[in-house]
Write a protein that binds this ligand. Structure first.
Ligand SMILES: *Cc1c(COP(=O)(O)O)cnc(C)c1O
Ligand code: SF4
Length: 444
């Protein structure tokens, strides 16, 4: 495999991308203006191997990385444009951008409720929402090889203080895990933990392979690197070291699960990604995939059925289809819940059972991961049928429940109980129990 050197493109140097010259002046201006509010980064692999530059601006991967004017409200767009046009001081632009960001729901789904304590110490780089699985945000992994325009983790990349989850000290994490023997899964997430060097990643993972952590059965790594920089596993200076680290995790008798984020079949079409997947799979690691469903990117059943088939061809396991969270430039990407379900159902019906490991469409909402099973009629009323795939309270999982049908609803918090009910089964009638961690069955 030919060696590839990673080259990032951001607001400062994107004009060096030779294909940018083909864009209209308006499209170039939009990158500049919107890029001051939402984090913008792409790289030479995405630009040269994934984007079809004859199909701009509709190309899904272009839209996935490059800001477009429609991603901001008109008034917000004009505000930033006006400041840039008159060469306003940087501080003024940053202040205006921060004001717009705060209006974009920077921390959706009550993620701050998931941060646990060790005695009096708040573990800022950890989230523990579901009994079996702990999320860890290593501080060196809070960036990505490129940024998705829809990303709900965007406060991680913009310099807004107080909104970041990350923790340098792994010692507290280890102490916490020792105290919680029912935790079986540790999920490294970010950002993207695969931006870390092999040695830093190894320094986090290796202590977990000892006997003290026998209860940690699965080490998961949530990553977009296979889509954005497959050379991470091929020709980066420490790619062989990464592969050997993966082999050691498997040799310790644990399951190593790469939770790979893909948005479109194009991301699975290059020789680089195919080879990278083959190398990872040869270590004994599994690759499970997850995909948010997004307007302008993949809102079509054929795209999803191709995506899942291709994943299975490459020995990956389709895992989740997500509905995009209510944050950032959501209005540009959002689809009605009903539409998401129709796309899921049509795509699901086109593939064989080996692809039907995928579950969705699912919303990661405050009380848990809620799957929309579909639209049905019961007792003369049209309803949404839902269930928890994951719940803050494990007892909620797998029970079908009903919400009043709403063709315009785009997120869980817009739904009301069906049949004139006053509250959902998981809500305490006296208080919004679904939102209060102290009302939930505590972890041991
Ligand atoms: C999805 C998710 C997990 C992992 O859930 P699985 O269903 O086991 O993959 C853990 N924590 C949070 C906060 C999540 O959103
Ligand atoms: S790779 Fe993941 S964390 Fe990074 S920008 Fe995309 S969605 Fe966000």
């Amino acid at each position: 495999m030919k060696e590839m050197k990673y080259q990032a493109y951001t607001l400062h140097n994107f004009r060096n991308i030779k294909q940018i010259a083909r864009l209209t002046p308006e499209a170039r201006e939009a990158i500049e203006v919107v890029g001051h509010v939402l984090p913008f980064k792409t790289n030479n692999y995405v630009v040269n191997e994934l984007i079809d530059w004859t199909n701009i601006p509709e190309d899904p991967i272009f839209t996935l990385n490059f800001p477009r004017a429609e991603m901001l409200r008109k008034s917000s767009y004009n505000r930033i444009k006006e400041l840039l046009d008159r060469g306003a001081p940087k501080a003024e632009v940053v202040e205006a951008a921060n004001a717009i960001r705060l209006g974009l729901n920077p921390n959706p789904a009550g993620q701050e409720h998931n941060v646990p304590y060790l005695g009096e110490i708040r573990l800022n780089g950890v989230q523990h929402k579901y009994r079996e699985t702990v999320l860890f945000f290593p501080s060196q992994g809070q960036t990505c090889h490129a940024y998705c325009t829809f990303c709900f983790r965007w406060p991680q990349f913009s310099s807004m203080s107080g909104l970041r989850f990350s923790m340098k000290e792994a010692d507290l994490l280890y102490k916490y895990l020792k105290k919680h023997p029912r935790v079986t899964d540790l999920l490294f997430t970010g950002g993207d933990p695969m931006v870390m060097s092999a040695s830093v990643l190894a320094s986090y993972i290796e202590p977990l392979l000892s006997d003290e952590f026998r209860h940690i059965r699965t080490i998961r790594i949530g990553t977009k690197s296979l889509a954005y920089w497959p050379y991470r596993y091929l020709t980066d200076a420490d790619s062989d070291e990464i592969i050997r680290l993966f082999e050691r995790v498997v040799a310790s008798g644990r399951n190593l699960a790469i939770q790979a984020h893909f948005n479109h079949p194009v991301e699975l079409s290059t020789e680089a990604v195919e080879t990278a997947i083959r190398r990872i799979r040869a270590t004994g690691a599994q690759i499970r995939t997850q995909t948010p469903i997004l307007r302008h990117i993949n809102d079509d059943p054929d795209t999803f059925s191709q995506l899942w088939r291709r994943q299975v061809d490459l020995n990956c396991i389709p895992y989740y289809m997500f509905i995009a969270r209510d944050t950032g430039c959501r209005q540009f990407f959002e689809l009605s819940l009903e539409r998401c379900w129709q796309i899921y159902r049509k795509a699901y019906s086109q593939v064989s059972g080996v692809c039907r490991t995928v579950r969705g469409p699912s919303m990661s909402a405050t009380p848990g991961k809620v799957q929309l099973l579909g639209v049905a009629e019961a007792g003369g009323e049209k309803v949404f049928v839902l269930r928890f795939l994951q719940g803050r309270n494990p007892d909620w999982v797998g029970r079908p429940f009903f919400a009043a049908y709403d063709p315009r609803a785009t997120w869980f918090d817009q739904l009301r109980p069906a049949f004139g009910g006053e509250h959902f089964f998981f809500e305490n009638p006296d208080k919004p129990a679904g939102l209060r961690i102290e009302d939930m069955i505590p972890f041991e």
